[in-house]
Design a protein around this ligand. Structure first.
Ligand code: PLP
Length: 395
């Protein structure tokens, strides 16, 4: 399928996952073709695998502004992805039993853990956000005042996966440091879309996953600051110092390292490219349909994300019509059954039923073809004109 084929799929769901960069595929194939590889095996092949794993890990660390594999340094714990890294952080940082402070707009892999911890008796606070989707720092200050103990864990995302709104993470980090509590940052959506230096964030743990920036799905990592202990959530072998046992998936880690290299080296250029596609997209649609609501537009957002309420149309009907017309996008919220539940993020932002019911998320990437955007706008306009008076409000 040629990318320039005018009947080809236009993929605008890059916050859900991204296509593999051909150079990532090449790097992974190179590793897969090397034959059996278990970095824990004692034989020469195993030791070579260990070296390649260490090299990939050190390269990821260096690109992201941190250090690993040195005495007393921070470390990267490889996981199966962002979900597992978030679970690990919330359940195991600082003993995993102290108060948990998170926000109403976190990804389900944080919110569902928080709710489960709450059911087990752990105190949990959900910080509200303002109309633009920015976490309320006054409430954070109050919560920190209430629980200024070492066991407290704060978990806030660096940027929201639905709205793309960037959170004041440096300020949050300062506040957590002054209070002496742990900070976990879910940076899943931010890597390779905005500059982030892990050491400079001064957090206790940070979640990463490369399938959001043209790397492989099925791998992720939790960066853990020097001095932070993690209680393993799985038991088994001694891999990764027993914190996350299981044979390390070297081809995936090699793919992650390559994706990180490409994402970081090209960041300045690709952020500008994505922002120009996104801004043109929004401006053209908004000029044509001034009733559209573009969420988070007046605050700092990821350069690739556009979250639009097509007021008057039903999001599910829009999604189906766009899908049939060859555009892949999403309603933003987690979707496993083919349906799309109303967005908890928009609700937290105080959006009314008309906006929640008609919200669609678009995400471009650095591999999006510029020429496709004009066709996408044309198709979206056509679908919206047809569906804008058919809304069926959900509560
Ligand atoms: N956190 C955020 C903000 C996300 O957007 C996602 C994926 O959509 C995740 C965590 C989960 O990541 P993974 O799909 O790698 O488990």
């Amino acid at each position: 399928m040629s990318k320039h084929d005018k009947n080809a799929l236009i993929y605008l769901d890059n916050n859900a996952t991204t296509e593999l960069d051909p150079l990532v595929i090449e790097a992974m194939l190179g590793e897969l073709r090397r034959g059996p590889s278990n970095p824990s095996s004692q034989h020469a092949a195993g030791q070579q695998s260990r070296r390649r794993l260490d090299e990939a890990m050190e390269s990821i660390a260096e690109l992201l502004g941190t250090r690993v594999n040195e005495p007393g340094s921070s470390r990267l714990v490889f996981t199966s992805g962002g979900t597992e890294a978030n679970n690990l952080a919330l359940r195991s940082l600082r003993g995993g039993t102290g108060p948990l402070i998170t926000s109403l707009i976190e990804h389900p892999s944080v919110l569902a853990v928080a709710q489960s911890e709450e059911r087990r008796g752990r105190p949990v606070h959900y910080l509200p956000v303002d109309r633009d989707g920015v976490v309320n720092l006054e409430r954070l200050a109050e919560c920190l005042g209430e629980y200024p103990t070492r066991a407290t864990v704060v978990s806030i995302m660096s940027a929201n996966n639905e709205s793309g709104v960037i959170q004041p993470i440096e300020r949050i980090s300062q506040m957590c440091r002054s209070a002496g509590v742990a900070l976990h940052i879910d940076a899943t959506q931010s890597i390779a879309k905005m500059p982030l230096r892990l050491d400079a964030l001064a957090a206790s743990a940070i979640t990463l996953t490369p399938h959001k920036f043209h790397g492989p799905v099925g791998v992720g990592a939790l960066w853990v600051a020097a001095g932070e202990e993690l209680e393993p959530q799985m038991l088994g072998g001694q891999q990764q110092l027993g914190t996350r046992p299981g044979t390390e998936p070297l081809p995936l880690v090699v793919g992650m390292a390559q994706a990180t290299r490409l994402g970081i080296e090209r960041l300045t250029h690709s952020a500008a490219f994505m922002a120009s596609l996104r801004d043109d997209f929004e401006t053209t649609l908004f000029t044509q349909f001034p009733e559209l609501v573009i969420h988070g537009r007046s605050v700092q957002r990821l350069p690739n994300t556009s979250y639009v309420s097509f007021v008057g149309a039903n999001r599910q009907s829009m999604l189906m019509a766009l899908d049939l017309a060859g555009i892949a996008c999403s309603s933003g919220s987690a979707c496993t059954s083919g349906s799309s539940p109303p967005s908890h993020v928009l609700r937290a932002m105080g959006a009314g039923a008309a906006e929640v019911d008609s919200a669609i998320r678009f995400g471009v990437s650095r591999l999006t073809v510029k020429e496709d955007m004009a066709r996408a706008i044309e198709i979206i306009s056509r679908c919206y004109k047809r569906l804008r008076h058919t809304r069926n409000v959900e509560n």
